[in-house]
Design a protein around this ligand. Structure first.
Ligand code: SF4
Length: 212
């Protein structure tokens, strides 16, 4: 694992390399309910497909009550672009029901509250906390998980374990932008199948370089 000083060095380099990095539209937005829904739709889906599914669904309904008033077929047809649409339709309906029954129709602002919703895991909860509620939280998705474990920035066998590790190790100065910076590096340089170690700005720090 990297030392605290190395973690700060690594994040500072990413900050300089990706000054304009920002979250895709599917992760942001001012409306908490839309953010939760979009995050649920994003599971195993490309950003552009998630965006298409979200647009189609929100054109029909954008409230828990509105979505519950739709038939399962209507929901599944709208969200078809993001895949797994039957499972996601069921989870969406269960999440909407729980929001109304347990939270008065309002999206909770805590990680525990968000994770109590059916179909909402830690990644989804942290994305909503970070990009909708503005909390200083670094969400860990598959890209962040991979980069953290390769470099030695944080460790964990699962995304949730890595999120807990990263929460302790990330320098405070990078809690707000940590996700987008690590994500950008993971998508553009430290790719899943062919990491570009030869030209990577983290190569001298990275613990995983020789293994990839
Ligand atoms: S040196 Fe290679 S494994 Fe390490 S962060 Fe860079 S691309 Fe990823």
């Amino acid at each position: 694992m990297l030392t605290d000083a190395q973690c700060l060095d690594l994040m500072s380099r990413l900050g300089a390399a990706f000054p304009d990095a920002r979250a895709p539209d599917s992760k942001g937005g001012g409306d908490p309910f839309r953010s939760v829904v979009s995050c649920m739709l994003s599971a195993q889906s490309l950003d552009r497909n998630t965006a298409a599914a979200s647009r189609a669904l929100f054109a029909l309904a954008a409230t828990p009550e509105g979505i519950l008033a739709l038939s399962e077929d209507q929901i599944a047809t709208a969200i078809r672009p993001c895949g797994l649409y039957n499972v996601k339709t069921r989870n969406l309906r269960r999440m909407c029901r729980a929001l109304i029954d347990d939270h008065g129709g309002t999206v909770p602002r805590t990680r525990a509250g968000l994770m109590s919703l059916p179909g909402v895991g830690r990644k989804c909860a942290d994305i909503v906390l970070s990009f909708t509620f503005g909390e200083a939280v670094v969400a860990v998705d598959t890209h962040v998980h991979r980069v953290c474990n390769r470099t030695g920035l944080a460790s964990g066998k699962t995304e949730e374990q890595t999120a807990k590790s990263l929460d302790i190790r990330i320098p405070d100065a990078f809690r707000r932008r940590g996700h987008v910076l690590i994500l950008a590096h993971g998508k553009q340089v430290c790719k899943s199948r062919a990491p570009r170690c030869d030209t990577c700005i983290l190569a001298d720090l990275c613990e995983g370089r020789t293994k990839t």
